[in-house]
Design a protein around this ligand. Structure first.
Ligand code: AHM
Ligand code: MG
Length: 345
């Protein structure tokens, strides 16, 4: 067998972002490039802390609760501080919204730029201490013309974001990014200290075989969700697919870290869902810094993202920490789910 020769022409994240800037020609100022470089630095910084958390006493609770009334972990707070500091220092931001901070951060005039970043610094907190995959989620808005940076600049539909992405901290750190021109995935090479393009032009399969819901909440689910889940778990055996075989039931995969569950959904297809239910009236996931960036990436990869009845990216936020039902994934799977919301029950 021929020996594999390592590539001598690596596409780093920095190179990719610069290529995107060049694609836009004179219209691009380089500011978004600088901002995305700051974000990739925060991902490397957080990745290194996640990796050694157990060794340097970073696991466990910090003894505080965040704006959602949830206990904050030490790594949550550290990751938040890393992001706020780096984004402020980039001089490219005006408004920052973090899951960990009750109020938006308004950047002082001498450090202000034209972008707003909404982020969940370390999502999937319940998985931290078990060493299960966790991640950072971010979305980027540009401030409105003439604005100095106000809440109105971030209380905008996700469709107006100029970039969105996440970094998953797992067996490797994976940064997945879209600047509105498809989705690309990068893997951190620890030796080089660089994110390398490993998943160019991610396209979510049109249909998958996996569903990803917390079915422990089933007793609270509304009927459209119960009926949809039944349809994929107990498919009608009389229905044949293209190959003339009976339809098989879907497999269940649920990690409980949105970043990891969405990452798998983007690569393998299927559907991820966190519905509103009788207990969580608006769902659990946060619109601005969880639902919007993941919906943006899913659509850019050729999939769909819905509340059940409405395109997520069209939702108009009224509060920076508001919640939203989320279903996203393969186009045909999400269409099937939506059909159950249209059927009178
Ligand atoms: P967090 O922001 O407190 O970490 O909560 C968000 C996480 C998501 O990553 C995940 O999809 C969801 O909560 C899991 O919730 P549950 O444990 O209710 O299934
Ligand atoms: Mg979170």
């Amino acid at each position: 067998m021929a020996e594999q020769v390592p590539s001598t022409d690596l596409i780093t994240l920095t190179r990719h972002i610069l290529a995107e800037q060049n694609r836009l020609g004179a219209a691009a100022t380089g500011d978004l490039t600088m901002l995305l470089n700051a974000i990739q630095l925060t991902s490397k910084f957080i990745a290194t802390n996640v990796r050694k958390a157990r060794l340097i006493n970073l696991v466990g609770l910090a003894g505080e609760t965040n704006v959602q009334g949830e206990e904050q972990k030490k790594l949550d707070i550290l990751s938040n501080d890393i992001m706020v500091n780096a984004l402020r220092a980039s001089r490219k931001t005006a408004v920052l919204v973090s899951e960990e901070l009750e109020e938006a951060v308004m950047i002082e005039a001498d450090k202000r730029g034209k972008y707003c970043v909404v982020f969940d610094p370390l999502d999937g907190s319940s998985n931290i201490d078990a060493g299960v995959n966790i991640g950072t989620i971010f979305g980027v808005y540009e401030i409105q013309p003439g604005s100095q940076g106000t809440l109105a600049d971030v209380l905008q539909p996700g469709s107006t974001m100029v970039a969105a992405g996440y970094t998953m901290y797992g067996s490797s750190a994976n940064l997945v990014l879209s600047t509105g021109n498809g989705v690309n995935g990068f893997t951190l090479d620890q030796g080089l200290g660089e994110f390398i393009l490993t998943h160019p032009d991610i396209q979510i399969p049109k249909r998958g075989k996996i569903y990803s819901f917390n079915e422990g909440n089933s007793m609270y689910f509304h009927e459209p969700v119960i009926n949809y889940l039944n349809s994929i778990k107990y498919p009608d055996q009389s229905i044949k697919n293209g190959q003339g075989k009976p339809k098989a039931p879907y497999s269940s995969r649920y990690i409980g870290s949105m970043v990891a569950d969405v990452h798998r959904t983007l690569l393998y297809g299927g559907i991820f869902g966190y519905p509103d239910d009788k207990k969580s009236k608006k769902g659990k996931l946060r619109l601005l810094y969880e639902a919007f960036p993941m919906a943006y990436l899913t659509e850019q990869a050729g999939g769909l993202a819905t509340t059940g009845t409405k395109r997520i990216l069209d939702v108009m936020p009224t509060d920076i920490h508001e919640r939203c039902p989320v279903f996203l994934g393969s186009k045909e799977d999400v269409e099937d789910l939506m059909s159950f919301y249209q059927t009178p029950t």
